[in-house]
Design a protein around this ligand. Sequence first.
Ligand SMILES: [Zn+2]
Length: 321
Amino acid sequence: MTTKLFTAAAIGALVLAACQHAPESQTAEAEIVEAAAQASEAAAIATEQAAESVEASARAVAFLAKPVDALKIYVFDCGKINVSNVGVFSANGYFEGQERDFSDTCYLIRHPEGDLLWDLGLPGGLAGMGPQPSEGSVFTPSLERTLVDQMAGIGVTPADIDYVSISHYHFDHIGQPDAAGEATWLISEREYNAIYQSGNDELKAQFAGFEALTPKVFTGDFDVFGDNSVRILQTPGHTEGHTSLQVELPETGTVLLTGDLYHQFESRTEKLVPGFNTSADETLASMDKFEGIADVSEAKVIIQHEARDYATLPKPPEALK
Ligand SMILES: [Zn+2]
């Protein structure tokens, strides 16, 4: 009996205490709810501002962009890469176990004020040798004809090339610098520093063939001919100073060459970041920037390693106009 009474009294005391504290705890709860609402509102505003700034910069780019008559793009076959497991192109397991053939493309942008080569493909020494697998690698590259040989087919020699730029420093984009003669090499400062200032001697050695070129290092997006018709866009992440290319064609309109911001169609739709990549955060931010420009300009996007894209493009002597 004593125990029961004690228990009843204890419960009563607890209930009383709970009731007494209720108004206070309700206030605290309301404050937390309000703070959460404010935080969520602040986050929404920040997101909206970020979206607005992406859109504003995209609009600025679209406004600046001007097509130039006679501007055209020749697309060259700078090799094929059989990838035995495409899973390496997604850190999240997408593509795992799939095998695909990637295109490896180079581009000649002919502008009334000069010629720009964009990307230099697989090493010219592979030409005519058939597929070259290497032990322990998922990549089997092959090259039918050198870039110099293909350029000759439309009457262009390395001496004609005024500018050359690479999307980034990976081996499948730097293989044939001889095609650029003694051109000016347009390169983003971050990429240049990664090659020459980072102490990576192995990487630096891969650029031995670039010695005949004169580097011109830039920061920010770069307007190649000074008329906003051809712009190199900073899209870092895959490498430190990765870049993409925007070209304003008289008939096609805006063309965006991805570099390796995306490798396949699904890389773009699913926003896939490769397993080998310098900064996932930067890659995702670069995708936002790129898509902002693509949206506003209703661009034709060419994914350089996407064989299904390459298949639809005109081949020399035809050009994209
Ligand atoms: Zn590549």
